[in-house]
Write a protein that binds this ligand. Structure first.
Ligand code: SAM
Length: 404
């Protein structure tokens, strides 16, 4: 007799596979920050394909006898199996969260990170020792932002030894048609693989002589700001001012007349720093903190702050949200992200709102611009804020939120 279905049983949360079986060394990989009910896996077919291609090509190279560079690894899925099998790996990436994911996953897998080096995209690769007698292999995930991809290719092309093997990987659904053309500009003999695991690879070699210069990014005019803002590759809205940010800018307050208190202001998820820079101009005595998890974003914000306010000093906080800061803020500015990689996800926005709730001064305000189709009102409420609608148009709302 067939077993009776237990209709009263609760549906269990979908299980996300964390065991990453691959050709180098199986590992457990999870996203970071760890979230209950996480729905997104921490690796994909392109990670597996990259490791597969590495093991086929370098089967005869003993760990430690090859220079391995891993670029844009999102949670350590590419680097960790290599490190676990004894390779010395340099990881290059923009994201604090990705770097943290690798460190936490390494701890969970009991993987020793002694021979692992972590670099931000603008760090000089050549300053970090390469064994010149050993072959070099770069395994790179193709980033979403092709301007950033070119920036990274330029960096690699000018710094790698000749004859290095580069293997670029991307999922088919995210690989733009122009990828091959871009690789061709910086590397020799690029060749596209056959597809596998719903991904493709491009393999190329370093040593091109005529490496093109990067196209200049046009500086942005920010209404009300006495100076232009320079965008940088990989930074949100580097080519033009974000329309959400533009909508929030006029609402950034000046200090009230007669109030000479020195305020702490946070630009949370600062990107190139537009919001914090305007706040700094409107409140010339304020301590302004620019916070972002993207290294390139902070690099841009730092450059812009130095350029527009050469006499002032600011704080630049590279971390997940406001983690690691022991400051209460009188004014917090937030234009939250609502994507994680290619997926729409308001989880990061909610986490940043929670950070703001923890770091807001008793009479502080958080000014936030939000896409009106996303449910930020209830999100603010469940995190202790009461919000007043300050402005709206067909796409955005501006909220002035205070702790109840
Ligand atoms: N404030 C800028 C503006 O208005 O143009 C950028 C806003 S953009 C929508 C969101 C920013 O949040 C990005 O720069 C992104 O790197 C940053 N971000 C995403 N996740 C973050 C996190 N966990 N901690 C800090 N910043 C984060």
């Amino acid at each position: 007799m067939p077993a009776m279905k237990n209709t009263s049983q609760k549906k269990s949360a979908p299980h996300v596979e964390t065991h990453f079986d691959n050709e180098i060394s199986p590992v457990v990989v999870k996203r970071w920050p760890r979230r209950r009910g996480e729905k997104l896996r921490a690796w994909d077919g392109a990670d597996r394909f990259l490791l597969n291609a590495f093991s086929e090509r370098f089967v005869d190279c003993a760990p430690g006898q090859i220079n391995v560079v891993v670029v844009n690894d999102s949670c350590g899925a590419v680097a960790l199996p290599l490190i676990a099998s004894g390779h010395h790996v340099k990881s290059i990436g923009d994201s604090w969260m990705s770097r943290e994911a690798l460190v936490v996953n390494a701890r969970d897998n009991e993987t020793d990170l002694t021979h692992w080096t972590s670099l931000w995209p603008f760090d000089l690769l050549e300053a970090h020792t390469f064994d010149s007698a050993a072959p070099t292999c770069v395994l790179m995930r193709i980033p979403k932002d092709l301007g950033f991809f070119e920036y990274q290719l330029q960096q690699l092309a000018t710094q790698l030894p000749a004859q290095a093997t580069l293997i670029f990987g991307g999922m088919d659904k995210h690989m733009p048609n122009s990828t091959m053309k871009i690789v061709e500009k910086y590397f020799l003999e690029p060749a596209m693989s056959l597809g596998k695991f719903k991904a493709h690879l491009i393999v190329a070699t370093s040593g091109k002589i005529d490496i093109p210069k990067l196209a200049e990014i046009t500086p942005l005019k920010v209404p009300g700001l006495g100076g232009v803002v320079q965008g940088m590759p990989g930074v949100f809205a580097s080519q033009q001012l974000d329309i959400g940010a533009r909508f929030l800018l006029p609402h950034i307050p000046e200090p009230e007349e007669g109030d000479n208190a020195i305020r702490n202001i946070a630009d949370v998820g600062c990107g190139n720093g537009v919001l914090g820079l305007l706040a700094a101009q409107r409140d010339i005595n304020a301590n302004v903190y620019f916070c972002d998890e993207s290294a390139m974003a902070l690099h841009a914000a730092q450059h812009n702050a130095k350029h527009i306010f050469p006499q002032r000093s600011f704080h630049f906080h590279h971390n997940n949200g406001l983690d690691g800061l022991d400051v209460k803020f009188d004014l917090m500015l937030l234009n939250p992200p609502f994507h994680r990689g290619h997926a729409v996800d308001t989880g990061v926005a909610e986490m940043l709102i929670q950070h703001c709730a923890r770091h807001i001064a008793p009479k502080g305000r958080m000014l936030m611009v939000a896409n009106r189709h996303l449910a930020y009102g209830p999100m603010l409420k469940r995190n202790g804020f009461s919000a007043r609608l300050v402005d709206q148009n067909e796409k955005f709302i501006v909220l002035d939120a205070r702790i109840k």
